[in-house]
Ligand binder design. Structure first.
Ligand code: NAD
Length: 266
C-alpha cells in the first residue's frame, strides 16, 4: 500500500488500461485517496468485475468499467464522456494503456508498429482532446501520461515502443503549454522495468530477438540498465502519480519524471 495521503474525495479519475499491471495499481491508489474510478482495458469480464467490485468495496468509492478499445477513437471519446455521464466531472485522466513488441527493425511487423503507435500514443491524444473541454469548464484537471524510460532513451529492437513513448513525452509538453493557465497540468511518468504481464511477455520476446536465455534478459538487459538492479515497484509509481494529482503538484507541468532507479542518469 502506498504511503502518500492526499484527499481526492469527490474527484473522478479515468485510468486507461487499468485491468492489469500498472494501471490497476494506479486505479487502486487513486481510489485509496477517495477518487471515484473509471476502469478501462481488455480482459476477462468476470475478472474485471472482480477488480471493479474490490476497488469499490475496499476504498468506499464508486468504481465503473468502460470497455473502450484504445484502437478506436470514437470509443475513447465515449470513455471520456462516460465520466461526465456517471459522475458529472472528470478531474484526473491517466493515459496508461500500452502494448509492446520486440523485434529487429527489418523484421518488425508493420501491423505491430501501427498498433503500438495507436494504443501507446494516439489513444492519449484522443483522450486528452476529449477531456480538455471538460477540465477547462471545471478550471481544474490533471493529465498524467504513463510514458517510459523509453520515452527518454532508446533500446534496440523496440522501434515502435520507443517512438511512441518519445511521442508521449512530446505530447505531454505540448498539452502542458496549451492548458497552463486553465488550472490543468499535464505530466509524464517514465518508469523503468516493472514486473507486470507486459514485461513477462517481453522477457520471452527479447530472449528470442537477442538469442539469449530469459535469465540473461532479466540480468543483462533489463536490470543492467537500472543502476539499483531492482524492478520498480507499483507503489513508487502510485506515489508520484498521487503527488501530481494533488494540489501540491500544481506547479509541475510539462515534465517527464523518470522512475527507473537512475537508468537515464547514465
Ligand atoms: P499490462 O500488459 O499489465 O497492462 C496493459 C493494460 O493496457 C491492460 O489493462 C490492457 O488490457 C490494456 N490494453 C492493451 N491494449 C488495449 C486496447 N487496445 N484498448 C484498451 N486497453 C488496452 O502492462 P503494464 O506493464 O502494466 O503497462 C502499463 C503501461 O506502463 C504501458 O503504457 C507501458 O508501456 C507502461 N510501462 C510499463 C513498464 C513495465 O516495465 N511494465 C515500464 C515503463 C512503462
Amino acid at each position: 500500500m502506498n504511503t502518500i495521503q492526499t484527499d481526492l474525495s469527490g474527484q473522478t479519475a479515468i485510468i486507461t488500461g487499468s485491468t492489469s499491471g500498472i494501471g490497476a495499481a494506479l486505479a487502486d491508489g487513486l481510489a485509496a485517496c477517495g477518487a471515484n474510478i473509471i476502469l478501462n482495458g481488455l480482459g476477462n469480464a468476470a475478472e474485471i468485475e472482480t477488480l471493479r467490485a474490490r476497488i469499490a468495496s475496499t476504498h468506499g468509492v464508486e468504481a465503473r468499467y468502460h470497455p473502450a478499445n484504445m484502437l478506436k477513437p470514437d470509443e475513447i471519446a465515449d470513455l471520456v464522456g462516460f465520466a461526465s455521464v456517471e459522475f458529472g466531472r472528470l478531474d484526473i485522466l491517466v493515459n496508461n494503456a500500452g502494448i509492446q513488441h520486440v523485434a529487429k527493425i527489418e523484421d518488425f511487423p508493420a501491423d505491430k508498429w501501427d498498433a503500438i503507435i495507436a494504443i501507446n500514443l494516439t489513444s492519449a491524444f484522443h483522450a486528452i482532446r476529449a477531456a480538455i473541454p471538460v477540465m477547462k469548464a471545471q478550471d481544474r484537471g490533471r493529465i498524467i501520461n504513463i510514458a517510459s524510460a523509453h520515452g527518454l532513451v532508446a533500446s534496440p529492437f523496440k522501434s515502435a515502443y520507443v517512438a511512441a513513448k518519445h511521442g508521449m513525452v512530446g505530447l505531454t509538453k505540448t498539452v502542458a503549454l496549451e492548458v497552463a493557465e486553465c488550472g490543468i497540468t499535464a505530466n509524464a511518468i517514465c518508469p523503468g522495468y516493472v514486473r507486470t504481464p507486459l514485461v513477462d511477455d517481453q522477457i520471452a520476446d527479447t530472449a528470442r530477438a537477442r538469442g539469449i536465455s530469459e535469465e540473461e534478459v532479466i540480468r543483462d538487459v533489463m536490470l543492467s540498465a537500472q543502476p539499483t538492479k531492482k524492478f520498480v515497484e507499483y507503489d513508487e509509481l502510485v506515489g508520484l502519480m498521487l503527488y501530481l494529482a494533488s494540489g501540491a503538484g500544481a506547479s509541475c507541468n510539462g515534465a517527464a519524471f523518470p522512475v527507473e532507479g537512475g537508468w537515464t542518469a547514465a
